[in-house]
Ligand binder design. Sequence first.
Ligand code: BG6
Length: 486
Amino acid sequence: MPHTFVIFGASGDLTSRKLIPALYNLRRKGRLPEQTRIVGFSRTAYSHEDWRKELAETTAKFTGDNFDGELWEAFSQQIFYQPGDIGVADDFAKLKAFLEEIEGGGDATRVYYLSTAPRFYEPAIQQLGAAGLACETCDCKRRVVIEKPFGTDLATAKALNESVHQHFAEHQVYRIDHYLGKETVQNLLVLRFANSIFEPVWNRNYIDHVQITVAEEVEVGKRAGYYDNAGVMRDMVQNHLLQLLMITAMEAPVKYAADPVRDEKVKVLQAIKPMSAEDIRRDTFRGQYRGYTRHDGVEATSRTATFAALKLCVHNWRWQGVPFYLRSGKAMSCRTTQIVIQFRQPPHMLFADGPRTAADSNRLVIQVQPAEGIQLHFETKVPDEGMKIRQTDLDFNYRREFRGKGMPEAYERLLLDALEGDASLFARADEAEAAWAIIDPILESWRAGDKPTLFMYDPGFWGPEECTEWMHGQGREWFDSCPVLK
Ligand code: BG6
């Protein structure tokens, strides 16, 4: 069955930086379904050739050593461009005619990828529906991939879901979160559910708390205009961090398929009670890096948080009483995404030397990026020094273990899954809404009041010092560690 991948917002940055390089890499690896055509749709008046030429340059830049001119030449013959405006119904009629023409009038699976500014998601869906581009038959599939952010709060996410469902059934809808495309995030499922040694200790009996950190060294840069409206909660926490939390905390699904996996993920969100004003004052933390307001597009008086930390509790049998600390920020010490499973102290101390605090106790560190791997920290006797004890680790590193096998870009896996109809790594409607239901009260409370204070922090550290103290106040310590890239 031929496939057609239609990109709305084709002249945008995401298309050239991520989508086309990912499709090219899939083709290079021989994974793209036979007869996959790519059609770009946006207002810029390109010809097919203009667009191909521009994409040749950007793809060469973003795929580096993997770019092969000859292969690109062959691949680019399947790339087409159809100019059009999302606001103009006639342009959708033209798009339809063009798709039918290149598909030769036969059946084809189509994936419509909304890579536009979020305000165009709804009009694009309506136009696709009105033009008859959404309905599918059993031979002929129609799917829509929707980029983040999916709404800006619960009400807008619900409205968007309703609008989408007027034309697309839920099984046709793929809400993308590129964190789920990362190898190490999928490996967390494997770590938990393809091994038997972790499950018995993966619960409140053995785990003191969990830390999920997504730190970025970069500042907001050119995206300041967008970012100042979004802030770290909408940009990172509502989606990427909650996804990591769900995968860390979920129960084993009955099988690895889209609905069983997503059923278990949603249950985790449902077990997190929306926070009260008091919880928010006590258990959330926000910061802004010094110099943020000098970026073009940011108001001088902006109170947008570029750093957030929160303590969430998952109220179920497995996790009752185990806090999940989530934290994310721009302009931090280094780029690192890590999940730290901090185990409890041994119940009875035999050795004067430790472990004396929870922070000295066993720890499983899942390095999501950039030093992809896993470390298990444990106490070891220092040789020839009495009963002196030191923390050592068992270290699994992806690049060392799978030498010669590069880590693919997250989009490769996700685009292939969308083409093949596997929605396991995409968010379902109820999941997107449940995530907003957790975030909304926090944003609302932050907007309305001054509590918690917006703390300033210097770029290049781990966020506001007060956040370190906040953690100490709970008898715990952030695992502030930059990955060692070997
Ligand atoms: C995006 C956010 O979704 O994720 C960006 O909008 C952020 O602000 C990016 O920089 C981080 O992605 P990654 O894959 O580099 O961790």
